[in-house]
Design a protein around this ligand. Structure first.
Ligand code: F3S
Length: 278
């Protein structure tokens, strides 16, 4: 059986940067806490916890003066203020691309635009971006959500970094006839779109596509949807142990890709296990 590994799969720049910062926090301070899981990968988070970097669910869980890491998805100014009041030592691992989306949203809000964040309403990144507008931005998941809004004359759009370009295109298409002025900040992350394109190209040429990454990871879930959209059977797994021999029956070529928060060792284990089962 031929195994085709998508080279763009796995840790992106922002996740690598956050993990380096976590290692430095562990080495320099003996650990601390992250506000929410640092990245959406249970195995990596468990490894960090075993090294002394625990997950705090909310600000109230942070001890006064404790080191606290802000995760790649970022957070809002109110949360940062609350942490400062607890005299926490803040290590900001917000991905610079997410920080750009936050800045664009704040700028549009200050310039008097009605800000729309194209993203998932319950995702911490989208909520954090909206918090940078003083909570006034509306989070929309797509053009279909426009019907429930009273649109102003001046509207601006900012995207959660993992959004798909076609979703942004369709939102802009539907917004244009409804507003007098429209500003768009394309804050979709390059790493996401490159990974999606490369995975799509492989998915079209294989009999089975395996997508490795956390089930709570928005970019991994979307990657699996995109691969499945080609019609190629696609399996989204978190670990090599989930692989089932019957998936590989009659398969001549299998593709392997991974979300931005999936470590190389998890991908390598999946590739090795596919080899064992074939
Ligand atoms: Fe940042 Fe893009 Fe990764 S936004 S965290 S480099 S997927």
């Amino acid at each position: 059986m031929e195994i085709v590994i998508v080279p763009e799969g796995g840790f992106c720049f922002g996740v690598r940067r956050a993990l380096t910062m976590a290692e430095e926090a562990i080495a320099g301070h003996g650990g601390g806490a992250t506000l929410g899981p640092l990245i959406h990968n249970k195995q990596v988070v468990a490894r960090l916890e075993s090294q002394g970097l625990r997950v705090a669910e909310e600000v109230a869980d942070i001890q006064p003066g404790e080191l606290v890491m802000l995760r790649t998805h970022g957070t809002g100014p109110d949360t940062i203020r609350a942490l400062e009041e607890r005299r926490a030592t803040i290590v900001d691992a917000t991905c610079p691309f997410v920080a750009r989306a936050q800045r664009e949203a704040a700028k549009f809000q200050a310039e008097g635009y009605q800000v729309l964040v194209l993203g998932e309403a319950d995702h911490p990144e989208a909520r954090g971006i909206a918090e940078h507008t003083g909570g006034r931005a509306h989070i929309v998941e797509g053009a279909e959500d426009l019907a429930r809004l009273r649109l102003g004359k001046k509207v601006a759009v900012v995207c959660q970094t993992t959004q798909r370009l076609d979703n942004l295109r369709s939102l802009v298409h539907d917004l244009l006839p409804q507003v007098i002025e429209l500003r768009v900040a394309n804050t979709i992350c390059d790493a996401t779109s490159k990974r999606q394109e490369a995975s799509l190209a492989v998915a079209r040429t294989v009999d089975l596509m395996i997508v490795v990454g956390g089930r709570h990871s928005a970019n991994t879930t979307r990657l699996a949807q995109i691969c499945a959209g080609t019609g190629t059977p696609t399996k989204h797994i978190e670990t090599a142990e989930e692989l089932q021999a019957e998936w590989l029956a009659g398969v001549a070529r299998v593709g392997v890709t991974a979300g931005a928060s999936t470590p190389d060792w998890a991908i390598e284990r999946v590739v090795a296990r596919v080899g064992e089962l074939s």
